[in-house]
Design a protein around this ligand. Structure first.
Ligand code: KIV
Length: 270
């Protein structure tokens, strides 16, 4: 049997089983083939083709400008690399909020053109009909509650959400609605741990946290945890490497070697 045929891909069902066993779920973002290949081989459970690509790949201030075509391009690059991880793709801003038909068309394009495993959508009750429409068409949906970056202009700040009782109560209600509708997991972004813990205990589907404390799994943006994007340093972010500095040093050495004539040397030419 070849090594490839022994790989057991992560499925949405396996994520629920992991929660039942108390096994934590690891999730990171990727937007390109090479990063996704390394991530997949490292054993990550879920790769998120996040609309954070708008920030870290394209340099936009917010996630709003990224298009469906952009997301499909990134998603195709990632699915070509992922042999084991579940690949989830963010539905970009403006492609699902207006009505369930529009949402289904957008999700069908993502699933058909990129061959991803699932989509992620930001919001609760307001987008419930769209979520249900996708689920009836057999498209797995991951929810996203708390600090939902596509609503930044409504929030006016990237500060912690749901500190006030009314917003916390709505988040709990939304989480239950998403589970009842059939979402297979929910991302909880930047909310108090006590609230995230309560939701994770009440729901049977996995809750993946980012700035929400130790729930059923964790997600980070790969550029942030690798230290490529060093401008961003919220309290919840743990840096696992200083790739930004490693790259700077390598680029400076290369420039120096080219300028001095040291590169290429006699062994590096034909
Ligand atoms: O777009 C993204 O990277 C995300 C994560 C921060 C959860 O939605």
């Amino acid at each position: 049997m070849s090594t490839e045929s022994k790989i057991r891909p992560v499925t949405t069902l396996r994520l629920t089983e992991m929660k039942q066993r108390g096994e934590k779920i690891s999730m990171l973002t990727a937007y390109d083939y090479s990063t996704a290949k390394i991530l997949d081989a490292s054993g990550i459970d879920v790769i998120l083709v996040g609309d954070s690509a708008a920030n870290v790949m394209a340099g936009y201030e917010t996630t709003l400008p990224i298009t469906l075509d952009d997301m499909i391009y990134h998603a195709k690059s990632v699915t070509r690399a992922a042999k084991r991880a579940l690949v989830v793709v963010d539905m970009p801003f403006g492609t699902y909020q207006s009505d369930p038909i529009q949402a289904l068309h957008s999700a069908v394009r993502i699933m058909k053109e990129s061959e991803a495993d699932a989509v992620k959508m930001e919001g609760g009750e307001e987008i419930l009909d769209s979520i249900k429409n996708l689920l009836s068409a057999g498209i797995p949906v991951m929810g996203h509650l708390g600090l939902t970056p596509q609503s930044i202009h409504k929030f006016g700040t990237y500060n912690i959400r749901a500190k006030e009782e009314a917003e916390a109560e709505k988040l709990i209600r939304d989480a239950h609605l998403l589970e009842e509708a059939g979402c297979f997991a929910i991302v909880l972004e930047k909310i108090p741990y006590a609230l995230a813990k309560r939701v994770a205990e009440e729901l049977t589907i996995p809750l993946i946290g980012i700035g929400a404390g130790p729930v059923d799994g964790q997600v980070l943006v790969v550029h942030d945890m690798l230290g490529i994007n060093s401008d961003f340093s919220p309290r919840f972010l743990r840096r696992y490497a200083d790739v930004g500095n490693i790259m700077t040093e390598a680029f400076k050495s290369y420039i120096e070697d080219v300028k001095s004539g040291d590169f290429p040397n006699e062994n590096e030419r034909y």
